[in-house]
Ligand binder design. Structure first.
Ligand code: ATP
Length: 276
């Protein structure tokens, strides 16, 4: 049986409030997904097929998964994750079977969002792939073509490597829209930092604006690490202090963030160093 697969379909609890920046991107996604899932009749009324899917592309840790989960929460849709690498590790024939099962599960639990993480790993260019890869791409295409015109099942694909996707997947009728989820700018970083510090007891000397200005190149996942690291630094400081600081009074200070800045690097930088 598949390990842990079922839990992934449980409600995620992620909402739009958990997303920093990405206002325009989110609007584009919502426009494509909320209406078909909540009021599919509108499309029949207009005489057009509802959208079938959206492709989100951009660097790791920028919020693609977050967006997909948040939309599912907001429209009260079942959220079904398919991890590309996990599907591809199945024995021959099992990958296609697994795909069919997931789409069937979605249909039965509609409205539903089928989220493909790292879709490039299952739907790479067919010329480049072997036999298994080709059959899996073919299966995915036919499943997407078969999505009922009802519009109550929507596919969201996420990839860091949009150029390596099979072109057939990018033609009309499959993903209706491709949306780039890029590295956040200063304003975006500020909003993301706010999300990740909003439940934190921040000391008065913490300047989130300034942190946003100093974290060029940090994506959402990096900023989350930064906030967590600052909190852990505060905790260590308090424990060193022994009895003198009670946890109830503990605040995360500017100095804690300084220490975190010294240990958390933007992921783009890590990749760069790794490749050099
Ligand atoms: P990958 O390509 O690695 O799957 P992704 O783009 O899907 O990356 P997410 O899984 O959405 O990235 O982000 C990882 C974590 O980083 C999130 O759980 C969240 O805590 C944080 N994060 C990323 N982007 C944002 C954002 N825009 N706002 C708030 N938090 C974010």
């Amino acid at each position: 049986s598949v390990s842990g697969g079922e839990d992934e379909d449980a409600p995620t609890g992620v909402t739009y409030e958990d997303i920093g920046g990405l206002d325009e991107e989110l609007d584009l996604v919502r426009e494509m997904i909320e209406l078909p899932l909540s009021e599919p009749e509108v499309f029949a009324h207009l005489g057009v097929d509802p959208p079938k899917g959206v492709l989100l592309h951009g660097p790791p840790g920028t919020g693609k998964t977050l967006i997909a989960k948040a939309v599912a929460t907001e429209v009260d849709a079942t959220f079904i994750t398919i991890s590309g690498p996990e599907i591809m590790s199945k024995f021959k024939g099992e990958s296609e079977e697994k795909l069919r099962e997931k789409f069937e599960e979605a249909r039965q639990n509609a409205p539903a969002i089928v989220f493909f993480d790292e879709i490039d790993s299952i739907a790479g260019k067919r010329d480049d792939g072997g036999d298994v890869e080709n059959r899996v791409v073919g299966q995915l295409l036919s499943l997407m073509d078969g999505l009922a015109a009802r519009g109550d099942v929507i596919v969201i694909g996420a990839t860091n490597r949009v150029d390596s996707l099979d072109p057939a997947l990018r033609r009309g009728g499959r993903f209706d829209r491709e949306i780039e989820i890029g590295v956040p700018n200063e304003v975006g970083r500020r909003e993301i930092l706010e999300v990740h510090t909003r439940r934190m007891p921040l000391a008065e000397d913490v300047d989130v604006d300034r942190l946003a200005a100093r974290t060029h190149g940090f994506v959402g996942a990096d900023l989350e690490s930064l906030a967590k690291e600052a909190a852990m630094t505060a905790l260590r400081r308090a424990r060193r202090g022994g009895e003198t600081i009670s946890f109830g009074e503990l605040e995360v200070t500017r100095e804690d963030f300084e220490a975190a800045m010294a240990s958390v690097e933007p992921s783009a930088m890590r990749e760069y160093v790794a490749e050099a």
